[in-house]
Design a protein around this ligand. Structure first.
Ligand code: ADP
Length: 448
């Protein structure tokens, strides 16, 4: 096992990894930018190194600085968390060539799956249904127009290197397709230095259902069940739950097996997630693989009893999974609310600043993953998510009641958060009945 690990991330996920290391008896080294200097979670690490200024490209995204810190700290492995360098195959390669283990999948699998058009090919090779659309990257506008007429409008333009909803545009006709292609290419070029785009049929009010995967270096690839992440705003997840309400058991099983096949096809190991869209008839279509730990991993931990971060570390250290698929038993219902520092009353404008009052909820079935507390200043430089409120109960009905109670207890002053939006969601009849899809929030809560 590793003696010392570096966490190449910040905020709640850095703390999540620090906690796992402590429980495993592994020393843990944190890194921080100038904007995070003095953050309380850094005191919980065995050491912490400044890696540069607030701007991510010169700190959390700067491979040279992170490797320098890792060498000075003499660590054997790096945990990348999510976001930042977590899905960067070049970073994984640099780590391994410096004899530092990258806690994540092999770079070959990351390369294949990180590109969405290539990932669609892997899916097809594994016999996994994909959303109807381009066979590969789009060559030119002419091909896009021809394809769009074949599959029928509306279509969705997507960036091959995409993530975080960037470079995505819906087109309803030839004209909006042409303007959308130009915009999506420019956005993709700016965000990912790769302007390659492709198109997919735009599914009407689909659900987003994803499968958690866990595999070792010895050919054992398991699924840990599904998560419904349909509650989104601007294609970004807001609430996640497991099990997916109302999903037919045979559909769930088929999706989970499809995800395992796809992972095997790409030579995957460690933790990962296979994302699908599900239409009204519960047909499922692969959209992408996230070759890393997901923000919403805690809900899977609650229902399986498995600590995903610890398993990531053990797998990277060469351990064999000591359980098989039949040993994985998902019990109960878990839900997560992302608590973002944003103002729902001002079109979700980020709301950084000093937290003056922080009264978090507690009690049976409540887990709060956060690095913040009263007196903490939320920097303006990073993602607005500051906490994840997770509940775990025997049934969905009880989990909803618990979340409603926890949201009522949660009191924050000094900054704005999206807690009021969550309160509305958990009081909405359609949500309570499990009638969810990716347009739920926009249709039911933001259109008034
Ligand atoms: P990103 O990697 O940028 O987050 P994804 O491919 O994971 O993009 O898609 C994010 C979300 O966008 C999905 O959960 C869904 O809400 C929406 N979406 C993606 N593809 C489609 C599609 N073909 N039809 C309808 N909605 C889609």
């Amino acid at each position: 096992m590793f003696q010392r690990i570096l966490v190449a991330n910040r905020g709640e996920i850095a703390l999540r990894v620090i906690r796992a290391c402590k429980e495993m008896g592994i020393e843990v080294v944190a890194v921080f930018s100038e904007a995070d200097r003095g953050a309380p979670y850094l005191d919980l690490a065995d050491a912490a190194y400044c890696i540069g200024p607030a701007v991510s490209k010169d700190s959390y995204l700067d491979i040279k600085r992170i490797i320098a810190a890792a060498e000075i700290a003499d660590v054997q492995a790096i945990h990348p968390g999510y976001g930042f360098l977590s899905e960067n195959p070049h970073f994984a390669e640099v780590c391994r060539s410096c004899k530092i283990e990258f806690i994540g999948p092999p770079e070959g699998a990351m390369l294949k799956l990180g590109n969405k058009t290539e990932a669609r090919e892997v899916a097809r090779a594994a016999g996994v249904p994909t959303v109807p659309g381009s066979p590969g990257p789009l060559l030119d506008d002419k091909e896009a127009l021809k394809l769009a007429r074949e599959i029928g409008y509306p279509v969705l333009i997507k960036a091959a290197a995409g993530g975080g909803g960037k470079g995505m545009r819906v087109a309803h006709n030839d004209i909006s397709l042409q303007t959308g292609l130009a915009q999506a290419r420019a956005e993709a070029q700016a965000a990912f230095k790769d302007s390659t785009v492709y198109i997919e049929k735009y599914l009407e009010q689909p659900r987003h259902v994803e499968v958690q995967l866990l595999g070792d270096h010895y050919g054992n690839m398991l699924h840990l069940g599904e998560r419904d992440c349909s509650l989104q705003r601007r294609h970004q997840k807001v609430v996640e739950e497991t099990p997916a309400p109302g999903l037919r058991p045979e559909v769930r099983d088929a999706m989970c097996q499809a995800a395992v096949r796809l992972a095997r096809e790409s030579g995957y190991n460690n933790a990962g997630t296979c994302e699908f869209l599900v239409d009204k008839n519960q047909n499922y279509y692969f959209i992408e693989v996230n070759a890393r730990l997901q923000v919403e991993h805690p809900i899977t931990e609650m229902v399986t009893g498995l600590d995903l971060v610890k398993w990531q570390i053990r797998i990277a250290a060469g351990d064999k999974l000591p359980f098989c698929q039949d040993d994985i038993k998902n019990v109960g219902a878990a839900i997560e609310c992302r608590i973002n520092a944003e103002d729902p009353a001002a079109n979700f404008r980020p709301s950084p600043g000093k937290i003056t009052v922080w009264r978090p909820p507690g009690g049976l079935g409540v887990r709060l993953d956060t690095h913040v507390s009263a007196g903490y200043t939320v920097p303006a430089n990073y993602d607005s998510m500051i906490a994840k409120l997770i509940v775990y109960k025997p049934t969905r009905t009880e989990a909803i009641a618990c979340m409603r109670r926890a949201l009522d207890e949660f009191h924050v002053e000094g900054i704005k958060t999206i807690i009021p939006l969550h309160r509305e969601i958990f009081n909405h009849t359609s949500f309570i009945e499990g009638q969810v899809d990716t347009t739920f929030i926009e249709r039911n809560l933001l259109s008034r």
